[in-house]
Design a binder for this molecule. Structure first.
Ligand code: UDP
Length: 341
């Protein structure tokens, strides 16, 4: 019998890839989503890959009655909590929406977990909690967290704090916060991928949409940073590798006999500059990209990448896919959804 896992936000970008990998690993994922930031067609994409429609609980993660009813009726071994808003710029414009949705959703899920300590819990955290790691580009989980530069960042920072406090109040709980670096790419089948709503803020969707003709050009934000080529450096990780990290996180927690709140970096351990990403995209896909250099974006971190030793040690996980895989898969996905030959 497959062990059931509730995946909040399972119709989203990282959630949908995680649903596939959970299924492949022998779990039975159940998606909790209200499709406010995703499209129901993702369910067809998932079923193309796993051969059946994933189970769906339609609703709002903040709805504690819905969660309690579901938990009463289903024996689950874990909750992976993705459902949250994630656009940094939007969070500055609409901070209350971010604090309300991201914190209320987390609290609602943690209430369920606190009442059912047998249920393990994995939280989508982010390398935003490090802020600008001055003088230290490679960050370990022990690197001090900085003051976040956006309400979105604060919701992740506070999210980890809330989980810590909950663990301090009940040391039997098995909890994990995964600090994602920059997820990119799509499933290699091109059946699922990223579906940004409106103009994307993130680099790779902007690159693929520009190549597809949706934007005239990509603006590279700043070219005189103290980095290899003047553009910012990030740790870009293939979304399928990231999805697999969630499976490993769950495997670990389910087997763990004692309570814990583990915090783990999930990246590749290698930094790439914006220009390197643009060149990789052009070279791998044989597509010319129109770009210009523009002013720096407020709040951008200059250079950061993950130290991934702890992920290897604790979860026996490491990223296997390359930037080449990611830019190819992202472009195949973009071509498919835009019907480009
Ligand atoms: N970036 C850019 N042009 C864009 C979008 C992003 O030059 O249209 C740069 C951005 O300044 C940063 C990198 O790409 O240096 C990654 O940005 P993204 O928003 O994807 O991730 P984050 O900054 O949150 O790590």
């Amino acid at each position: 019998m497959r062990k059931k896992v509730l995946v909040t936000g399972g119709a989203g970008y990282i959630g949908s890839h995680t649903v596939v990998e959970l299924f492949n690993a022998g779990y039975q994922p159940i998606i909790l989503d209200d499709f406010r930031n995703s499209d129901e067609s993702v369910l067809d994409g998932i079923s193309q890959i796993i051969g059946s429609k994933p189970e769906l609980l339609r609703g709002d993660v903040c709805d504690t009655n819905l969660l309690s009813k579901f938990i009463k009726e289903n024996e689950i071994c874990g909750i992976i909590h993705f459902a949250a808003y994630k656009a940094v710029g939007e969070s500055v414009e609409k901070p209350l929406n971010y604090y309300q949705n991201n914190l209320e959703g987390l609290v609602a899920v943690l209430k369920v977990v606190s009442m059912h300590p047998e249920i393990t819990f994995v939280f989508s955290s982010s390398c935003t909690v490090y802020g600008e790691p001055f003088g230290q580009k490679e960050v370990t989980e022990k690197t001090e967290r900085s003051i976040p530069t956006s309400p979105y960042g604060y919701t992740k920072w506070l999210g980890e704090q809330i989980i810590n406090d909950v663990f301090n109040s009940n040391a039997d709980l098995r909890l994990m916060s995964l600090r994602y670096f920059n997820p990119i790419g799509a499933h290699e089948s091109a059946a699922i991928g990223e579906l940004p709503i409106g103009k994307p803020n993130n680099l790779l969707p902007f690159i693929t949409q520009t190549a597809a003709g949706l934007h005239d050009q990509l603006t590279i934000f700043g070219n005189d940073y103290p980095t290899i080529d003047g553009t910012c450096v990030r740790d870009y990780i293939h979304v399928v590798d990231l999805a697999e990290a969630h499976v490993k996180a769950l495997d670990f927690l389910v087997k763990e006999s004692k309570g814990c709140h583990e915090v783990v970096n999930i990246g590749t351990g290698k930094g790439s500059s914006v220009l390197e990403m643009v060149r990789a995209f052009e070279q791998v896909n044989q597509v010319k990209l129109n770009y210009e250099f523009g002013p720096k974006r407020a709040g951008d971190v200059i250079e950061i990448y993950a130290n991934v030793d702890y992920a290897k040690e604790l979860l026996a996980w490491q990223a296997n896919k390359t930037i080449t895989d990611a830019v190819r898969d992202a472009w195949n996905w973009e071509k498919l959804i835009r019907s480009i030959e």
